[in-house]
Ligand binder design. Structure first.
Ligand SMILES: Nc1ncnc2c1ncn2[C@@H]1O[C@H](COP(=O)(O)OP(=O)(O)OP(=O)(O)O)[C@@H](O)[C@H]1O
Length: 338
């Protein structure tokens, strides 16, 4: 659906040249929710803005279906952009227009008839749950409601791609969750492809199918969210994961306080149905080792439950080795920590 090939973007000012994107390659499937996560300055905004040519790439190409967006003339680009909706961190609503008129705005640009516009705006208001608020102005709405208007306006022209530029970063956690649920609902109802950028892992974990981790203008790691977050390969990915846990320092102390001769500390990950099974206790009964749980969590990545335990095994070296082998045989992910 969206293919980004060798994308490079440099910004040149009088004093310096900044390479914001340095050879990005991405493949985003139709109907996918694809998240791009990175620290401030990593290149996220530049990347998402290159998808609809709000930023002109320096080199490389961006394909949406069979269309290379980098090669379009002004008219063709305008036409293509109607197929790509976008929502923003600070909503970008017209403050002097009612909610109804904000949503009608892109439709009027398309010179739709009044009755068609009315039908479409009402359908959009219903989709985002704001029917009661049609005659209000943006200043009379909460942040979450304003973002719903942003979503309704973005979807009014029936796009097949929705770009979300830090769409929940200005919202509190509860409102963030309600907007994320709405995006997921829309993705499922309309089969819409969604590309979102964020610096919060929670956003990716809640609704994305795939994720790319961007750092210094390059993709450090990408793949299905379960793969990337539960088996991270790169330090930057681990950094995002560990930032969510506030016990990182205490845990490091606990791990380093151990006698490496008689104990081993591992992170054990249970994915899907395995999350609810008593595999650990059955295994240590067989192998006769002791264990202490240093940390435990249970959560979900989109619809898939997972559990993670940081466990210190103590006892006979051979018996610990056998325990780890048995856990792996039973399809648990085992990563040794040091
Ligand atoms: N218009 C511009 N002119 C010059 N440099 C720019 C411009 N826009 C972005 N940059 C630079 O490009 C790099 C990537 O910026 P970008 O805004 O894409 O990062 P980001 O990951 O979205 O960061 P943030 O989360 O803080 O918005 C940064 O070094 C930034 O300073």
């Amino acid at each position: 659906m969206i293919t980004i090939k060798n994308l490079v973007k440099t910004y040149t000012t009088r004093s310096k040249t900044t390479t914001a994107l340095n050879g990005i390659n991405l493949e985003i499937g139709k109907g996918e929710i694809f998240g791009i996560i990175g620290h401030s300055g990593a290149g996220k905004s530049t990347l998402i803005r290159c998808i609809n040519m709000l930023e002109q790439p320096t080199s490389g190409s961006v394909w949406i279906g069979d269309t290379d967006m980098t090669r379009l003339g002004k008219r063709q680009l305008q036409r293509q952009r109607r197929r790509i909706g976008m929502i923003f961190q600070h909503f970008n609503l017209l403050s002097s227009a009612t909610i109804y008129d904000n949503i009608a705005f892109p439709l009027r640009l398309e010179r739709m008839s009044r009755s068609e516009i009315d039908r479409k705006v009402k359908a959009m208001l219903e989709l985002v749950g704001l029917t009661e608020h049609a005659t209000k102005y943006p200043a009379q709405l909460s942040g979450g409601q304003k973002q719903r208007v942003g979503i309704a306006r973005a979807l009014a022209t029936d796009p097949n791609v929705l770009l979300c530029d830090e769409a929940t970063s200005a919202l509190d956690p509860q409102t963030t969750d309600s907007i994320l649920r709405l995006l997921l609902d829309i993705n499922r109802k309309l089969g819409l492809t969604i590309v979102l950028i964020t610096h919060e892992m929670h956003v990716i974990q809640s609704i994305c199918d795939k994720v790319a981790v961007i750092n210094d203008g390059i993709i450090a790691e990408q793949g299905p969210v379960i793969e990337v977050f539960l088996k991270p390969r790169e330090a930057i990915t681990r950094d995002f994961i560990n930032r969510e846990s506030d016990s990182g320092e205490v845990l490091q102390e606990a791990i380093h306080a151990l006698n490496p001769e008689s104990s081993r500390t591992v992170k054990v990950t249970f994915i899907g149905e395995l999350t609810y099974q008593s595999i650990l206790s059955q295994t240590v009964k067989e192998t006769n080792v002791d264990f202490a749980i240093l940390q435990g969590t249970i959560s979900r990545i989109k619809d898939v439950p997972y559990g993670q335990l940081i466990v210190r095994f103590e006892g006979n070296k051979e018996a610990i080795e056998q325990t780890l082998r048995r856990l792996i045989e039973q399809r648990l992910e085992v990563e040794e920590l040091q």
